[in-house]
Design a protein. Structure first.
Lengths: 205, 205
DNA sequence: GTCTATAATTAGATAGAC
DNA sequence: GTCTATCTAATTATAGAC
């Protein structure tokens, strides 16, 4: 029987992506073979090439899809630019932590597997990553202009904050000590500290 | 000629490790072949097996060597436990940043390639990593006891701080905007903020 | 200590049957 | 849309010459 009864392209396409994400997050892109992905999906290796022209494109599509969805999600419920920077930073941190906990595998892949992208694909993904970083930088700059944030070096504070916030995806476990919301609250506090928010200064006394 | 004149085992051994570190940092462990390493060293692939029983051991030895050296280096110039926590934190941050800039490749490998370690090797390396994390946790705990640090959640602050500090190895470039010492100084400031150090509170007013 | 040669396995990708 | 079969190339690791 060459075609399983009940088989359907779109469903398989989704399963291929899910299996690839799971396996790549666990073992790394280069360590995962097309045959492993196929086995996980329950098809033969050759069938995967109905859904991707090659292995490299599979990785690029996962990362592009993730980053575009991340940016779109933020746009969909970002505060408008007139809101105070401190409220925007809180909103951003909660968004970032929730998103990074909910989609830990894609997040993990998108920053661990940059090395495995070919030049052109790397450039595209890196552009998306940078536009996400700029969201933070913009909020920190606005807060300094408002006089509510006091950070010495905006660029370095941005890099430090992104690294700090994104780190959650390396250790979060569903059965961990804290529920996602409690984690987010603590990260909001720490983000305020890094930004030198005046509120925090008072709270620390 | 089966053996090159002037060849010497110890020198080659060092070259193998250096080449492996450089290539793995750039492309990832699974993506680097023994032949690539051999080519970089200037020997044939078979000759590598004089220095490592297999590819997996090569990775484990790199990571183990790095972490043991990291821990030893800290021990060698760690402040004694009687020093104020705030001074110990500053010393730690400067040590960490300098070390992570100087040995960026090994650092990078040791946290990117954990997935590629077999179970037993992973457990060993993970133990070393955790003992390094505990250094930070201990300083934060001591500072809270002294009343000079005010952080809400010691464990989470530790994780956030490690992630923030280690992030430097993902973006540092020798020809970048800031020299290592200036970077370290800014990270000391940010570490104090995260820890809720009183000094910083005053400075922010 | 290193080379050459090679065994054994596995990889990515394609062709053609159904 | 999927399978089976297969091509080609690359991989880890070993054996034996020098």
């Amino acid at each position: 029987m060459a075609r399983k009864s009940g088989s359907s392209g779109e469903k398989t396409r989704a399963m291929v992506e899910e299996a690839a994400i799971r396996l790549i997050a666990r073992h790394g892109f280069a360590a995962v073979s097309m045959r492993q992905i196929a086995r996980e999906v329950g098809v033969q290796a050759g069938a995967l090439y109905l859904y991707t022209p090659d292995k490299q494109s599979l990785l690029r599509d996962i990362m592009r899809g993730h980053l575009e969805h991340l940016l779109q999600s933020w746009q969909d419920h970002a505060p408008d630019a007139e809101m105070p920077a401190i409220a925007r930073l809180e909103r951003f941190v909660r968004f970032h932590i929730d998103y990074h906990i909910l989609r830990a595998e894609k997040v993990f892949i998108s920053y661990m597997e940059l090395r495995n992208l070919e030049q052109e694909n790397f450039a595209e993904i890196e552009r998306l990553r940078r536009s996400y970083e700029h969201l933070v930088e913009e909020i920190l700059t606005a807060g300094a202009a408002e006089g509510v944030f006091h950070h010495a070096d905006t660029r370095l504070t941005t890099l430090a904050m992104i690294a700090m916030l994104t780190g959650v995806s390396t250790w979060y476990r569903d059965d961990g000590r804290l529920p996602p919301q409690a984690i987010a609250t603590r990260y909001v506090d720490m983000a305020f500290r890094l930004a030198g928010a005046e509120q925090l200064v008072e709270a620390a006394e």
